[in-house]
Design a protein around this ligand. Structure first.
Ligand code: MN
Length: 505
């Protein structure tokens, strides 16, 4: 990955609740133990965003001030609250009401074991988070504020892992709220699921989605200097096996493809956008449909990309790219294409005509190839060809409009090796076994009205997406190893009622 680290300048603020009742000596111990806990969590390496301990919160005014500052700070992407002692929760109401950053309630304590022989009233007064966190949990629930809850001793690796996953969702949420999506052209004609309410998307996800004339992209491509194109071609040669004809008789096509990548990148950088969308029906005088350039958006720039005017998947790919930064794997546009119904070998083959990104991991070094493309009426496009590397616990996530709201739909899948060579397939592809199995997964997917376009994510899994959806206040239906079509249908009906009753999100 060559793009800038999206977490470096971000912080999670750690607020510890107490009160003045216990005296200065107890509060000094609260502060010291809190610092020890925060230092230990930071030292695990499992949390990719720095936790910053703030002074102990002992009054309604100090809580309000803390929440106002956290809400206004561009560095702060989330708040962790822990009640070391008992912190009467009415003093949290004013502050929680103004908090606009994601919240995590940590239910931990300083000691692992109850000191059976030495415990006395002083120890109990100082170490009573089992008590204090219940009072805090009550008020957060009463106020209807979404939060992640993590329970366990702070040295338990699972605690740091869960906080780390949530921290990734917080940074994804921050990226969503600062996202600008550049669309070249509108929606592919007559396609339903990729249409949608971009104004509502900005309200819900914070992402600003707009369209630019493809003519402007053409002029950006025309202005690209040869040096930039040649540098990109060198980068291709270093990362992929370039088909010999592209370096010889068809070098002009390779040059044109790299020039298109450079033009798209220059235009997106000029406008500060972090996701792009094109449409093969609206290419102006571009010589070929962008292939390799679009495929490199997630892998080389950390940007989202989707095709056919589908801004929804582009938004998801950008969010997933940020959430998964630094981990093995990544995110890409994917599209369900063909089933293997052979008993015992049931799986789905996903692909797209060009644009699947190698960011998700590849079985072998991708090859850069040129082949005809039957649609679009343009010159043969240059594209990366590869098979997605096997990976357990990957997810495919789609976004669809279900009239008054967005629905995210997720299937937990295991990416597997293909059963044959696929040697005549001139595009990138992946094979996966969906959970619980192909037939029930597909039945549930169809039931929920999920899209044919998805964001395949191989870096972060279901928990990060669950955390993200809770933060965003967006419906997330999940198909996993425990799903049955009958229960899933009922869950969708309950979810429908819940979201219609609770639609102020
Ligand atoms: Mn498509």
């Amino acid at each position: 990955m060559t793009y800038a680290h999206p977490f470096d300048d971000k912080e999670i603020w750690f607020g510890v609740g107490s009160q003045d009742l216990y005296g200065e000596d107890a509060l000094r111990q609260v502060a010291a133990q809190s610092a020890q806990i925060v230092d230990a969590l930071n030292a695990t390496g499992a949390i990719p965003v720095k936790l910053v301990l703030k002074p102990t919160l002992k009054s309604s005014d100090s809580v309000k001030q803390f929440m106002v500052e956290a809400s206004a700070s561009p560095r702060c992407v989330g708040v962790i609250a822990w009640m070391h002692t008992f912190s009467p929760a009415k003093m949290w109401i004013r502050g929680l009401e103004v908090l606009n950053k994601p919240l995590l309630q940590l239910n931990t304590q300083h000691h692992v074991e109850i000191p059976w022989e030495s415990i006395d009233m002083d120890f109990m007064n100082l170490n009573q988070s089992a008590h204090g966190d219940r009072e805090f949990g009550y008020i957060v629930t009463r106020l209807g504020i979404p939060r992640k809850i993590v329970v366990g001793h702070y040295t338990d690796p699972d605690v740091a892992r869960k906080i780390g996953t949530w921290a990734r969702a917080c940074v994804g949420w921050d990226a969503s709220n600062t996202m600008k999506v550049m669309r070249w052209g509108d929606n592919m004609r007559n396609v339903a699921v990729t249409e949608g309410d971009k104004t509502e998307a900005e309200r819900v996800f914070g992402a600003s989605i707009n369209t630019w004339a493809v003519n402007e992209l053409v002029s950006y491509v025309d202005k690209v200097k040869d040096d930039q194109v040649k540098a990109l071609i060198e980068d291709y040669k270093s990362k992929y096996d370039v088909a010999p004809e592209l370096l010889d008789s068809r070098y002009d096509s390779l040059f044109a493809a790299a020039k298109e990548e450079a033009g798209m990148v220059n235009m997106m950088n000029d406008y500060g956008t972090t996701a792009g969308v094109d449409n093969f029906e609206d290419l102006g005088t571009l010589s070929q449909l962008p292939g390799v350039g679009a495929q490199r958006f997630p892998s080389e720039y950390g940007w989202g990309f989707s095709a056919e005017g589908d801004w929804k998947t582009a938004v998801l790919v950008r969010i997933a790219s940020v959430m998964g930064y630094g981990l093995d794997g990544g995110a890409s546009l994917m599209e369900d294409y063909s089933y293997n119904f052979v008993p015992g070998h049931e799986k789905i083959m996903g692909s797209h005509m060009l644009e699947v990104s190698p960011s998700v991991g590849t079985m072998a070094k991708p090859t850069l190839e040129i082949h005809p493309l039957g649609i679009g009426g343009k010159a043969d496009p240059v594209r990366l060809v590869f098979t997605v590397a096997p990976r357990r616990d990957a997810v495919v996530v789609s976004m669809s409009d279900v009239r008054e709201r967005f629905r995210l739909l997720m299937n937990v899948v295991d990416v597997v090796e293909p059963d044959g060579s696929l040697k005549n397939l001139p595009c990138a592809r992946g094979l996966w076994a969906p959970r619980p199995n192909l037939k029930e997964s597909a039945e549930c997917w169809l039931r929920a009205g999920g899209s044919h376009h998805t964001c395949m994510t191989t870096s972060i899994g279901r928990e990060a997406w669950e955390d993200f959806a809770r933060i965003a206040g967006v419906e997330l239906a999940t198909i996993d190893e425990n799903t049955t079509p009958r229960e899933f249908e009922r869950d969708l009906e309950v979810s429908e009622m819940y979201h219609r009753l609770n639609n102020q999100h």
